[in-house]
Design a protein around this ligand. Structure first.
Ligand code: ATP
Ligand code: MG
Length: 767
C-alpha cells in the first residue's frame, strides 16, 4: 500500500483516501485528476473496502478506459475483469446486452454510427415525402439527438411552432423505424439504459447495491442524461447509495455543442450535498512557460470556478511561435521542427500535431507522407469508417441482424448485382406498407426485381449457414469472400489498399477475441440465451442473483455482436496501434486528457481558432478559449504555435488574421520565430514589409513574398467600389491588398457577410 500512495502530494493523498461519500475533485489540467481517480480505485480494492465488481468508472474515451485498466492491472494483484470501466456508451451497451429483453431490444441489436444515423434519417424523410429543404436531415438529426440527450422522448418534447411539431412527429417515426430494424443510435444507448433503470426497481436496486463506488473522469463534459444516469445508479439519497467520486475541470469543458453541461458540477455539489471538495493546484505535466501561457489565456474567461496551477518545474523552453506564408509552408516548418526534436532524441509518439478542424489535417498529412515520417491520425478517416470496411461490416451486420436497413441498403447492390433503383424503390414501398424491414419485405416484391432481391437474400442466408460454427476471425474471412467484396476489389485498379484493409479485419477480429477474453475457437454467433433474463430474478435467500455485469461476456454477447459494437463505438477513438512509434495528429477535442513531450498547435487564425462558428453562439469564444487551454496544457516540455497568411480550406483560399489568443499570452513566455507581422491585414500601423525588412532577414522568403504582394496594387479595383458576385450578390470593396495574381479584396456583401476573395480568380463585376 505504501507503494500506491507514496507518489502523491498531500491534496492528492487526501482525495484518494476520502471516506466513501460523494466527492468532487476540481482541478486544472495536469494536476493528477486521472491519476488520483485510478489510484483511488486501487486503494479501495487493496484496503478491502470494495471488490472489483463494486467499481464502476467512466472515462471519456475507450482508449482512456483501456489505459486505466492497464494501470490498475499493474497496481493490483487481483483481476480487473469484474470492474465496469468504460465510456458511458460502452457501459450502457454492455448493460443493454445483458438486459436486452427488459429493454425491449432484440438480442442482436446493432449500433448506428452517426453516418448511418444520418442516412437513415434521409430515407425516413424521403419515405414520408418530407421536403428536405425545409427539414434538412442534419437538423432533424441534431433535434433528435438533442432531445435524447435531455432524456426526452417525442411525446415529451414541447413544440413551439409548426416546424417543431413536424420535427417531433418525425422523431417519433424515426424511433419506430429504429425499433423495427433493431438498431439504436448513440444517444439511444444512454436513454434506453436510463429508462430501464428508472422503471425497473429490482434492477435499479441491484445495481445500486452493486456499485459501491462510481468514479467519473472529465465530469465537466457530462450531459444532462449522463448526469441523471449517474444519479440513478448512485441511488442518490437512498440507503443503498454508492459513492459518486467526480473529477473535472470547468476550464476544460469543451463539448457544450454536444449538450455537455458544465453546470452539472455545481448541481452535483448541491444535490449530493458534497462536503468533500478538493482542489489540486500543483501541475506535474508542463514546464513553467507553458503553464504560464495556459494560466494567462484562461484568465480571460469569466464565469470560472476559480483555481490556479503552479509548477515546481523551471520555466523551461519558451513557447515558439511561427508565422508561415501558407498552410503548405506551415506543414514544412512542422516537419523541420519535428525532425530536429527527433534528432535530439524525442520519440515520434511524444510529438503531437493539433488542429481545430479535421479539414486541416490533409495538408499536414501530405507533407509528412512526402517526408517519409510515420504518423497516426486520431479520429480522422478511421479504420472502421473507410468505405470498404463499412461495406464488410454491413455484411457482418446482416449475418447477425438482417433487419438493419442501413446495412441492407449499403450492400444490396454492392458489389453490383443488377439490383437497380427501381427494385429498391419497390422494396421500400412494400416494407413501408407492411411495416417491416427491407429484408423481410423481399417476398412482397414481384417480378424480376423480386427474383434479384431474392438471390441477395439467398446469398446472405447462405453465408450465415456456412459460418454458423466458425470462430469470429474465420467467419470474417468467409464473409469477405462470399460477399464478393474481395473479388470486387481485386478487379479494381487501385483496389490493393482496400484489400489490405479488408484483410486487416481478420486480424482485428483475432485480436479482439483475444483481448475480450472470448475463447479462441468460440463460435461467432450466440444461440438464443437460455439463462434467466433480468426480469426473472432468481431469489436466493435474501440475496438477489441476476445476470448482470459480472456475467461472462460470452453469455450476454456473441463475439460477433461484441465486435460489431466495438466497430461502432470505437469509431470515435484513435486508430493507433499500441506501441506504434509515429507522430500523433488529432483535433484539439480528441487530445483531451492526453499528454506529449512536444505539441504543435497549428492554424491559430481568426475564423479557424477561434472558429468562426463561435461568434454566433453565446459563450462561443469562451468555449474556444477553453479549447485553446486544453491544447496548451497537453505539452510537457515543448510547445509550438503557428498561423499562416494564406490557407486553402474547403476549396477556397483564405486570408486570416492571426488568432486573438496570441494577445492573451504572456510576452515573456514566448519566442517569435518569424518576422513579427502585426496584423498585416486590416488597419495596420506598421506595414508587414517594414517588419520583415528589419527582422534581420531571419526569414527572407516571407519578407520577399510580402514585398512582392505589396509591389503592385490590384487589377484596377478600388476601395469603396461597388461590385457584384454571382453567389454573394452585391457588395462594396472595403480593402485591397497585394497585386497581380496575388491581389485580394475584402468585400462587404451585406447579407452574405464579409468575404475575402482572390481578385484574379473571383468573377466580379462592376456595378
Ligand atoms: P487533464 O486535466 O489534462 O486530464 P489530469 O489532471 O488528469 O490532467 P493526470 O493526467 O492525472 O492529470 O496527470 C498529469 C501528469 O502528472 C501525469 O503524467 C501524471 O503521471 C503526473 N503526476 C500526477 N501526480 C503526480 C505526482 N504526485 N507526482 C509525480 N507526477 C504526477
Ligand atoms: Mg485527466
Amino acid at each position: 500500500m505504501q507503494n500506491l500512495l507514496h507518489n502523491l502530494n498531500p491534496e492528492q493523498l487526501a482525495a484518494v483516501t476520502l471516506p466513501p461519500q460523494s466527492a468532487l475533485i476540481l482541478a486544472g489540467a495536469g494536476s493528477g485528476k486521472t491519476r488520483v481517480l485510478t489510484t483511488r480505485i486501487a486503494w479501495l480494492i487493496q484496503t478491502g473496502q470494495v471488490s472489483p465488481a463494486g467499481i464502476m468508472a467512466v472515462t471519456f474515451t475507450n482508449k482512456a478506459a483501456k489505459e486505466m485498466l492497464t494501470r490498475l492491472s499493474a497496481m493490483l494483484p487481483v483481476s480487473t475483469r469484474g470492474m465496469w470501466i468504460g465510456t458511458f456508451h460502452g457501459l450502457c451497451n454492455r448493460f443493454l446486452r445483458t438486459h436486452y429483453r427488459d429493454a425491449a431490444l432484440p438480442q442482436t441489436f446493432q449500433i448506428l454510427d452517426s453516418q448511418d444515423q444520418l442516412s437513415m434519417i434521409k430515407r425516413l424523410l424521403k419515405a414520408n415525402n418530407v421536403d428536405d429543404e425545409k427539414y434538412p436531415a442534419k437538423n432533424l438529426m441534431y433535434f433528435i439527438n438533442n432531445a435524447k440527450d435531455q432524456g426526452l422522448r417525442a411525446n415529451r418534447v414541447e413544440a413551439h411552432d409548426p416546424i417543431e411539431r413536424k420535427m417531433v412527429e418525425l422523431y417519433e417515426l424515426y424511433d419506430n423505424q429504429c425499433q423495427r430494424e433493431g438498431v439504436v443510435d448513440f444517444a439511444e444507448l444512454l436513454l434506453r439504459a436510463y429508462e430501464l433503470l428508472q422503471r425497473n426497481q429490482p434492477l435499479r436496486e441491484h445495481y445500486q447495491a452493486r456499485f459501491k463506488h462510481i468514479l467519473v473522469d472529465e465530469f465537466q463534459d457530462t450531459n444532462d442524461l449522463q448526469y441523471n444516469l449517474l444519479k440513478l445508479l448512485a441511488g442518490q439519497g437512498q440507503q443503498v447509495a454508492g459513492a459518486l467520486f467526480a473529477v473535472g475541470d470547468d476550464d476544460q469543458s469543451i463539448y457544450a455543442f454536444r449538450g455537455a453541461n458544465v453546470g452539472n458540477m455545481s448541481a452535483f455539489e448541491r444535490e449530493f450535498r458534497v462536503e468533500n471538495l478538493i482542489k489540486l493546484e500543483q501541475n506535474y505535466r508542463s514546464h513553467g512557460h507553458i503553464l504560464d501561457s495556459a494560466n494567462h489565456l484562461i484568465a480571460n474567461n469569466s464565469k470560472r470556478l476559480g483555481k490556479n496551477l503552479r509548477t515546481d518545474a523551471g520555466h523551461g523552453e519558451p513557447v515558439r511561435i511561427y508565422e508561415a506564408s501558407s498552410d503548405l509552408e506551415e506543414a514544412q516548418w512542422i516537419i523541420e521542427e519535428a525532425k530536429s526534436l527527433m534528432a535530439e532524441g524525442s520519440l515520434r509518439r511524444e510529438i503531437a500535431i493539433l488542429y481545430r478542424s479535421n479539414a486541416q489535417s490533409r495538408v499536414i498529412e501530405h507533407a509528412l507522407f512526402a517526408a517519409g515520417l510515420p504518423y497516426i491520425v486520431y479520429g480522422g478517416q478511421r479504420y472502421f469508417q473507410r468505405a470498404e470496411v463499412k461495406h464488410a461490416i454491413a455484411y457482418l451486420q446482416l449475418m447477425d441482424n438482417p433487419h438493419n436497413d442501413s446495412a441492407f441498403l449499403r450492400v444490396v447492390n454492392f458489389p453490383t448485382r443488377g439490383i437497380g433503383m427501381r427494385s429498391i424503390e419497390a422494396l421500400q414501398a412494400a416494407a413501408e406498407q407492411q411495416g417491416i424491414s427491407l429484408y423481410a419485405a423481399v417476398p412482397y416484391v414481384a417480378g424480376k426485381s423480386g427474383s434479384s432481391l431474392n438471390s441477395f437474400v439467398k446469398l446472405v442466408e447462405g453465408a450465415r449457414f456456412e459460418t454458423q460454427q466458425l470462430a469470429l476471425p474465420e467467419m470474417v474471412r468467409v464473409v469477405l469472400e462470399a460477399s464478393g467484396l474481395l473479388l470486387h476489389y481485386q478487379n479494381e485498379k487501385e483496389g490493393a489498399d482496400r484489400i489490405e484493409n479488408l484483410e486487416q479485419m481478420v486480424n482485428a477480429a483475432t485480436q479482439f477475441v483475444q483481448e475480450e477474453g472470448f475463447g479462441q475457437g468460440a463460435p461467432a454467433y450466440l444461440g438464443p440465451r437460455t439463462h434467466a433474463s433480468a426480469g426473472e430474478l432468481l431469489v436466493e435467500g435474501d440475496g438477489v442473483e441476476i445476470i448482470d455485469a459480472d456475467t461472462p461476456l460470452n453469455i450476454v454477447m456473441s463475439p460477433l455482436s461484441a465486435f460489431l459494437s466495438h466497430a461502432s463505438l470505437e469509431a470515435g477513438d484513435a486508430q493507433a496501434q499500441a506501441g506504434q512509434d509515429a507522430l500523433q495528429l488529432m483535433t484539439v477535442h480528441s487530445a483531451k486528457g492526453l499528454e506529449f513531450d512536444a505539441v504543435f498547435i497549428t492554424g491559430l487564425e481568426e475564423g479557424l481558432f477561434p472558429h468562426e462558428s463561435s461568434s454566433r453562439e453565446m459563450d462561443g469564444v469562451d468555449e474556444e478559449r477553453r479549447l485553446m487551454y486544453v491544447a496548451i496544457t497537453r505539452a510537457r516540455k515543448r510547445l509550438y504555435m503557428s498561423f499562416t497568411q494564406t490557407r486553402m480550406l474547403h476549396g477556397q483560399t483564405r486570408y486570416n488574421m492571426k488568432s486573438r489568443f496570441f494577445n492573451e499570452l504572456p510576452e515573456e513566455a514566448l519566442k517569435w520565430l518569424s518576422p513579427r507581422v502585426q496584423s498585416h491585414w486590416f488597419g495596420n500601423k506598421k506595414s508587414a514589409w517594414d517588419d520583415a525588412k528589419f527582422s534581420g532577414g531571419s526569414d527572407n522568403k516571407i519578407a520577399q513574398q510580402i514585398a512582392q504582394k505589396a509591389a503592385s496594387n490590384g487589377p484596377g479595383w478600388r476601395i469603396g467600389e461597388s461590385v457584384a458576385h454571382a453567389k454573394f450578390g452585391e457588395g462594396v470593396i472595403v480593402n485591397i491588398e497585394g497585386g497581380g495574381s496575388n491581389a485580394r479584396a475584402q468585400i462587404n456583401f451585406g447579407k452574405a457577410g464579409m468575404k475575402v476573395l482572390d481578385l484574379s480568380v473571383a468573377k466580379l463585376e462592376r456595378v
